[in-house]
Design a protein around this ligand. Structure first.
Ligand SMILES: C[S@@+](CC[C@H](N)C(=O)[O-])C[C@H]1O[C@@H](n2cnc3c(N)ncnc32)[C@H](O)[C@@H]1O
Length: 243
């Protein structure tokens, strides 16, 4: 007699795999590395508005000085860099998405022409700059989806000058006892200890965490979040120095 177990090959497995694959591709094109029509809409209209709440928080934490050379990794359409460019010596941004890079270049065209801004299409895990190039590096709303976060950190530290500072938004504060894991097969959720260990291993010292409402300074979004009981998470900001 043949034992009948839970079948892997039920009639709905093939359509289910196909639908899951399509949804994953759509989500990636929308918010992972924007591409195609979905990526166009999210880059032009959704992301800059959705992330607008975290830009002032990062700006405050970065404490930029006029002599700073700032790098934003995964800079998206360059909204944050455009806000900061006038306050510092030089800014650079890198993003993997062609749509985002085109938008950022258009947004910062005057400053690119003046030679104080550089926007590059590339992978955060292989930065195209020499060692010790920047005095400040930042990254927001992106880090937890990088497939190789340790390599990205190593690159961020490499391009920082000795004494340079990093302020990185790495996910959100998690409840005590949370184990590091991935959700949706792609997004990292790190425990506080693991995130600290990871950045120290990469070469940052004096590591400190701070937290900020994920509603940023927007009272409207804070109110909407409370009503919907969603997104009342706190952004996790990791500060460190390159020795
Ligand atoms: C949610 S958006 C955030 C953009 C920007 N930091 C902001 O707050 O507006 C995430 C960005 O990360 C970029 N990205 C994803 N993987 C990347 C990688 N490996 N290297 C560089 N950029 C990447 C995407 O193209 C996308 O523009």
């Amino acid at each position: 007699m043949v034992a009948v177990g839970k079948s892997e090959g039920t009639w709905w497995s093939a359509p289910r795999v196909a639908v899951t694959g399509l949804l994953t591709k759509a989500a990636w094109a929308w918010a992972g590395v924007p591409s195609g029509p979905l990526g166009w809409v999210s880059s032009h209209w959704v992301m800059p508005r959705f992330h607008a709440r975290i830009y002032p928080v990062l700006a405050r934490e970065l404490k930029l000085r006029p002599e700073d050379d700032l790098l934003e990794v995964a800079c998206g359409s360059g909204v944050f860099l455009a806000d900061q460019a006038q306050q510092v010596h030089r800014v650079a941004g890198l993003d993997l998405s062609g749509i985002q890079v085109d938008l950022a270049r258009r947004r910062l065209a005057d400053r690119i022409a003046a030679g104080t801004v550089e926007i590059v299409q590339g992978d955060a895990a292989a930065l195209p700059w020499h060692d010790d190039t920047f005095s400040v590096v930042t990254c927001m709303g992106s880090f937890e989806a990088f497939p190789e976060p340790e390599r990205v950190l190593a690159e961020l530290v490499r391009v920082l000058r000795p004494g340079g500072r990093a302020v990185l938004n790495i996910g959100e504060r998690v409840p005590p006892g949370t184990q590091t894991h991935q959700v949706l097969g792609a997004i990292w959720v790190w425990s506080e200890d693991d995130v600290r260990h990871m950045v120290e291993q990469a070469g940052l010292s004096d590591v400190q965490m701070s937290y900020a409402s994920s509603s940023g300074d927007s009272r409207l979004i804070a109110m909407a979040n409370r009503i919907a009981s969603t997104f009342e998470a706190e952004l996790r900001l990791v500060h460190g120095l390159r020795t």
